[in-house]
Design a protein around this ligand. Sequence first.
Ligand code: 8X3
Length: 252
Amino acid sequence: MTKRIALITGATSGIGLETARLFAQNGMKLIITGRRKDRLQVVAEELALLTQIHTLCFDVSDKEATQIALSQLPPDFKEIDILINNAGNAYGMDGADSAKLSDWEKMIDINVKGLLYVTHFVTEGMIQRNRGHIINLGSIAAKEVYPKGSVYCASKHAVDAFTRGLRQDLNPYGIKVAAIHPGLVETEFSLIRFEGDAEKAKKVYEGMEPLRGRDIAEAMLFMVTRAPHVNIADLLILPTAQASASLVKRKS
Ligand code: 8X3
């Protein structure tokens, strides 16, 4: 059987990296993307021991760079079966009265526009082939809003709405479209959100057991290994200690 080809954006760390590892261990060919060339190289060297890897170094929020990168795939990586739209971040956690406009712009540019650019260029081929599977990384912030997270939540709500609309638009082509919505996952997420402030980032997961990137990767693997007639369309995954965006049971 020919190996399926999966493209994973933001594969140099966190959920993206763990998904790349698990997909490679399960025999998929991988296209991994990221903004950091050195880290992409390190990941590629690790995964090349398991499978065929192609790396693409670009920023998803740069439309031209995204188009160029995706139009220059080598022939044996062109027919992408699975797209994991994982790249995305939170920048800042501030009320609308003090948030930086540049943080708001980054979240819309990467989480929303970047995801749209990659999807647009990858679905062209999927539509021609009448097959494909797209999984977008949402968040509990796609289902709820919380104070000081208005634009991050708005960006993830947009991902959720886009996912549901895209599923309808791509229905005639037999393409599976899905979203996975994690709650608290301990990755670099909070470190980036708090501009490298490790103390603040640590507090997010204090006194509770968060999810790991691997937990989400396992769900992703389950989703992409279902029978052709099964699409797990929407999955909310929380740590046991988390009941909602802001209700978390912590040990005192
Ligand atoms: C990340 C989870 O709770 O910080 O998407 O919004 S949360």
